[in-house]
Design a protein. Structure first.
Length: 345
């Protein structure tokens, strides 16, 4: 190996090993309110930002410079000193007020996912999630751990809504779903995908089927009462009956569970589904040889540390649906993080 090649590899390793520092810079700037403060459009100095947000000037200056290095902030050097402002990326995705804001998802990553990932080596050794080590909560009830408090549940639901604000329409528009007018969104949570659905297909009604506490918080925080095309069904679809509908949506549901659990759930969905109806999966698909995409590979590790499931290939989802009885299976890659799989009864 030449000295040049060694240098190239050392730079790559350095970039990878610093990845957690990069994410923590973004998490911290969001948590402290840097991007929200700068959303007025007026450039501010590090001293002014520190004063407004109640931080040290020296700490804030270093944080702002790191954000500028990551292209999350733009910096202008003047005679009075450096002035900072948001970039298009931070304005679009990192401010709370943006329709495409990822703020809530990033805060969930920072305060929950990040702590579970601290025990990734243990997860790999044991093959199970790490809530017990991270939070002292039993790992046997996955969503009992996820929904361990009302505050944590709201953060999780808000984070999921953030994701569907930028990926939901692509999944729902991957196929022409207009023939389906009676839809059940299983595990629909905060309702972001249901709202996208009734916006895209205005002749439809969507029922969000989720746990009672999730439904209560969705009504209180996320789905306005004037949205009459969205209704709610309280229950646990693993243990309770699933009502008849024309289309069932399972977005980021099957990836939480092992194959046996998925087969049991899909069998229930097939039995409830009207003849001619269907099921739509919104999932991040691995390549058939599992060589990528990298984001999906990382998400599969996240399923290890936080759930009982994993990310799968299109063929693996096909087999789960076919085992339940679904036919005419179609797969559509959206070009975004989440893809679409449609099966018909």
């Amino acid at each position: 190996m030449s000295s040049t090649e060694a240098l190239d590899y050392s730079l790559i390793i350095s970039q990878y090993s610093n990845g957690f520092l990069v994410s923590k810079v973004m998490f911290t700037a969001c948590e402290l309110g840097v991007f929200d403060l700068l959303e007025t459009g007026k450039p501010l100095s590090s001293g002014a930002i520190a004063a407004c947000l109640g931080t040290s000037t020296t700490g804030m200056e270093r944080l702002l410079d790191a954000c500028a290095g990551l292209k999350l902030l733009a910096v202008e050097n003047t005679q009075e000193g450096a002035l900072y402002r948001n970039t298009e990326i931070s304005s679009t995705y990192l401010t709370k007020s943006s329709p495409k804001s990822q703020y809530h998802m990033l805060m969930y990553y920072s305060n929950t996912t990040y702590l579970c990932w601290h025990y990734l080596a243990d997860a790999v050794r044991e093959g199970r999630n790490q809530y017990e080590r991270a939070f002292g909560i039993s790992s046997k009830d996955t969503f009992g751990a996820v929904y361990r408090s009302e505050e944590e549940t709201v953060k999780f639901l808000a984070g999921q809504n953030s994701i569907w604000s930028i990926c939901g329409r692509d999944v729902l528009a991957a196929f022409d779903l207009s023939p389906f007018t009676q839809i059940y969104d299983l595990g629909g949570g905060g309702g972001a995908l249901a709202r996208e659905y009734v916006s895209l297909y205005p002749n439809s009604t969507v029922t969000i089927y989720d746990l009672p506490e999730v439904i209560r918080l969705a009504k209180e925080h996320f789905v306005p009462p004037e949205e009459r095309r969205i209704t709610f069904h309280e229950g646990d679809f693993f243990h309770d009956s699933i009502p008849e509908a024309e289309l069932y949506i399972l977005s980021k549901i099957l990836h939480d569970w092992d194959d046996d659990t998925c087969r049991q759930l899909m069998a229930k969905v097939y039995k409830a589904c009207k003849p001619g109806g269907g099921v739509l999966l919104g999932e991040s698909l691995l390549n058939e040889d599992k060589s990528g995409p990298l984001e999906t590979q990382l998400h599969s590790l996240n399923m290890l540390v936080q759930t009982e499931g994993r990310e799968r290939t299109a063929a693996e989802y096909r087999r789960l649906l076919e085992a339940a009885g679904f036919r005419e299976l179609q797969v559509k890659r959206t070009g975004k993080l989440y893809d679409a799989v449609l099966g018909r009864k």
